[in-house]
Design a protein around this ligand. Structure first.
Ligand code: BMX
Ligand code: ZN
Length: 295
């Protein structure tokens, strides 16, 4: 069967046709995520993105930012979606496509695909996928089973606290790692430092042009992620941590995480690897996860 896979992130929305027999993407298109509190604006953007693909698809599989429970998207951090905090995701997309539609969290979907992509006969039992992008998301595979959580919350590691006196996160909590180490946070820290609006990407660029203050911002992000990895490794007995997202996959970011982990005792150091499917892990993960439901 052919799956219409959709990946809704804080920065972009991607749609692709995925052949369920081979897990290959046959056609792909993406748009910028609309920044509006109005669900109707969001629905309209999705309708124009998805319409060209509908005729060729048998079902729809969505990987989306936010807590996905019973087909409803609830933003833990509404700031990532321009203030939109509740959206009837499955209902809306079913109305647009008239196809069977399923949805799960983006990082959970990516975790699933990265897990099944680990070398065959791998003996990984407990794996964490972390995306460092607009926000910081996570997906946990424990005893080789993807954890989605009874309410869809499992894996929301971006909202664990790393600085009790830190800035207030869009979720309402103070000092979340997402507020101090995500791509958005890197941009905010750069803007404060250089006294002009800066994106995370610009800070990264400056760091590689030799600006040491910009490089310090990138390093504190990687150091915070390394602490998070150490905490979760000693809690869950992780074997492997897969790193994804535009920041996570940027040049040297993984090496920096590894450097900070190398300073810790052995029990705190799982195997760190970059996401094999890069930016497509969410699309492919949702397609694979829900193809099982369809067959
Ligand atoms: C946020 C949260 C997570 C998501 C993560 C990464 C919202 C809207 N999203 O922590 O559900 O997995 O960001 O999302 O609350 P991305 O948009 O950066 O890929
Ligand atoms: Zn938070």
């Amino acid at each position: 069967s052919i799956c219409l896979a959709v990946d809704i992130g804080g920065t972009k929305i991607a749609a692709a046709l995925v052949d369920s027999a081979t897990n290959h993407i046959v056609d792909r298109h993406q748009i910028v995520t609309p920044k509006s509190q109005q669900p109707a604006v969001f629905s309209a953007a999705l309708a124009s993105l998805l319409t060209p693909f509908i005729a060729q698809a048998d079902f729809v599989a969505i990987a989306s930012t936010g807590i996905i429970n019973n087909g409803i998207l609830t933003a833990l951090n509404p700031a990532n979606l321009g203030g939109l905090n509740r959206f009837e995701l499955v209902d809306e997309i079913q109305q647009i496509t008239k196809l069977p539609t399923y949805a799960m969290n983006d990082a959970q979907a990516a975790a699933w695909y990265e897990f099944i992509s680990l070398t065959p006969n791998n003996n990984t039992h407990n794996m964490l996928f972390i995306t460092i992008s607009t926000g910081i998301g996570g997906g946990l595979v424990l005893n080789q089973q993807l954890q989605t959580g009874a309410r869809g919350i499992s894996g929301h590691i971006g909202h664990t606290v790393v600085d009790a006196n830190g800035p207030v996160c869009g979720c309402g909590r103070q000092g979340c790692i997402e507020k101090v180490a995500s791509g958005t946070a890197i941009g905010e820290l750069g803007s404060a430092l250089f006294k002009r609006p800066c994106t995370g990407q610009e800070v990264y660029q400056l760091a590689f042009e030799g600006n040491s203050e910009a490089l310090n911002i990138i390093h504190s992000s990687a150091a915070a992620v390394a602490e998070l990895i150490a905490n979760l490794t000693i809690t869950l007995d992780l074997d492997t941590v897969v790193i994804g997202g535009s920041v996570g996959l940027a040049p040297h970011y993984c090496d920096y995480i590894q450097q900070y982990l190398n300073e810790k005792p052995e029990f705190y150091r799982p195997c760190i690897i970059p996401a094999k499917s890069g930016g497509d892990a969410g699309l492919l993960g949702a397609a694979h996860w829900f193809a099982r439901q369809e067959s």
